[in-house]
Design a protein around this ligand. Structure first.
Ligand SMILES: *[C@@H]1O[C@H](CO)[C@@H](O)[C@H](O)[C@H]1NC(C)=O
Ligand SMILES: *[C@@H]1O[C@H](CO)[C@@H](O)[C@H](O)[C@H]1NC(C)=O
Ligand SMILES: *[C@@H]1O[C@H](CO)[C@@H](O)[C@H](O)[C@H]1NC(C)=O
Ligand SMILES: *[C@@H]1O[C@H](CO)[C@@H](O)[C@H](O)[C@H]1NC(C)=O
Ligand SMILES: [Zn+2]
Length: 444
């Protein structure tokens, strides 16, 4: 379409076309390529139309990604100001990214956002600043109420990740907030808006890096003392059971997804402990990061959990991101599975085991026995990091011995190579890319 044809259209249509051309914020295109920006520079008629259409200025993205951008940080502040002005009176989504490690531009951006907070429905801030005084940049938001905020995301992706920082935000409330993701920092003290969240994700600063045990406890007591409607909970904190009351459990009736981290120093019983800690009867998906093969063997050998039950758990994923040397350091476990009169996981259909020690033994237990703790298992996903040939032969044995009862296998490519080991029965196997499974839990 030539510019002339465009100009013969009525304004409403022009605006609709421009709006349709706007990209999703997540594509991170630079300001220069944005459709509202381009159109507002073409000619006066377009400019007046576009500038006068607040709806075209409601997706605000300012990102200072490269060092050379820093020299123009003034310009980013101007752009933010312009979008905030042109979008009045509509609600806005604001995405601020400062990845070069200088907090100065951010300070000004936050001040601007604070002034318009009543209109902010999405707020996402990514920063890489290594400044020590974490709370400084966010101070303008500390005591505010954010009455229209639905979605909040704050990520500190600074490489020298020495520990999560407490961050106080919107302490006067954010009554519509349903999604909060904090990466490299955590909300403290417990904000009033926790009670409306359906999604809470607190990540990074490896597990031992909470400032003190007290910080960890904040989250546990939060869950215990507030009425909570969480459906999705991802907590990258280490839970020190020694400091908890012995009858302690996380009780969240609405919870469907729970991802939790295990510190690498924990012993054989820890997976049991952490699962027994979960009292969430609606839970359908559990992801444990950092578990080990011997911990799973311990669970498999139990006839029941002391307190917990998982009546509707469909998916259990055990992911070790770092690997371990247990197979060299510890004696190989002998067969352990005792029979299960009542299944531990009656509804489990998918079991994912990534990068776990003793995977050959696990395969033997999971595939080679009648007394399964999960009568409904359909899919077993395996990606071992060591003893690939041991895993291969364990799988092959199980298939030869009990061919009718084996679940569908999803194997990593490494496990499949060489292609002929499975005696021509490759059609029974799906290949999967472990990266897909691991990615949501391994960085921002
Ligand atoms: C980001 O994290 C780094 C490393 O933990 C920390 O030193 C810094 O204070 C944080 N930056 C901000 C602005 O919070
Ligand atoms: C935390 O983030 C830093 C920087 O992005 C990364 O190097 C580190 O591996 C992350 N740690 C964890 C436990 O995710
Ligand atoms: C497995 O459980 C049985 C019965 O509870 C117990 O006797 C046995 O010692 C356990 N095996 C291991 C290796 O823990
Ligand atoms: C690999 O697994 C097999 C099968 O369980 C076992 O016999 C063997 O000792 C393991 N090898 C190593 C190096 O751990
Ligand atoms: Zn291990």
């Amino acid at each position: 379409m030539s510019a002339l044809t465009i100009l013969s259209l009525p304004n409403e249509l022009l605006i609709a076309i421009a709006a349709a051309g706007q990209e999703d914020i997540s594509t991170h295109s630079s300001t220069a390529q944005k459709v509202e920006w381009t159109l507002s520079r073409l000619c006066r008629r377009l400019r007046n139309t576009v500038v006068g259409a607040p709806t075209l200025w409601t997706k605000i993205e300012v990102s200072c990604d490269r060092l050379k951008d820093l020299a123009h940080s003034q310009r980013f502040s101007e752009i933010l100001r312009l979008y905030l002005r042109r979008s009045v009176p509509l609600n806005v989504a604001v995405f601020l990214r400062e990845r070069v490690g200088d907090s100065e531009p951010l300070t000004d951006w936050i001040i601007q956002v604070a002034a318009e907070i009543n209109r902010v429905k999405w707020l996402s801030v990514v920063l890489a600043s290594a400044e020590d005084d974490f709370t400084q940049e966010f101070a303008p938001l500390r005591c505010l109420a954010a009455p229209n905020l639905l979605h909040l995301e704050i990520a500190n992706i600074s490489v020298e990740s020495t520990g999560r920082r407490p961050l106080e935000l919107f302490s006067a409330g954010a009554r519509k907030l349903s999604f909060a993701r904090m990466y490299g920092c955590f909300p403290s003290p417990i904000p009033p808006w926790v009670s409306t969240l359906t999604h809470l994700q607190i990540e990074n600063g490896s597990h031992q890096h909470f400032h003190s045990a007290a910080d960890e406890m904040i989250y546990l007591s939060l869950i215990r003392t507030q009425p909570i409607s969480l459906v999705y909970l991802h907590l990258d904190i280490s839970m020190n059971f020694n400091t908890l009351p012995t009858d302690y459990q996380i009780h969240i009736p609405s919870l469907e997804f729970f991802a939790v981290y295990i510190d690498d120093t924990e012993g054989q019983e820890y997976l049991r402990d952490i699962m027994d800690f979960v009292d969430c009867p609606a839970l359908t998906e559990l992801v444990v990061i950092g578990s080990h093969g011997d911990q799973l063997l311990f669970v498999l050998n139990m006839s029941r959990f002391p307190r917990s039950s998982f009546p509707v758990l469909r998916s259990l994923s055990l992911i070790n991101l770092d690997g371990c040397s247990c197979e060299q350091d510890m004696p190989h476990p002998t067969r352990t599975l005792s029979s299960h009169s009542t299944p531990l996981f009656p509804a489990l259909s998918s079991l994912v085991i990534i990068n776990h020690c003793f995977t050959p033994q696990l395969v033997k237990e999971i595939m080679g026995t009648e007394a399964l703790p999960w009568p409904s298992l359909r899919t077993l996903t395996l990606c071992p990091s060591e003893n690939i040939s041991g895993v291969r032969s364990a799988v092959g044995d199980a298939v030869r011995q009990t061919p009718q009862s084996i679940p569908i296998l999803r194997l990593s490519r490494a496990l499949l190579f060489p292609l002929d080991w499975f005696e021509g029965r490759l059609d029974a196997i799906e290949v999967f890319d472990p990266e897909e499974v691991v990615k949501p839990f391994s960085g921002y």
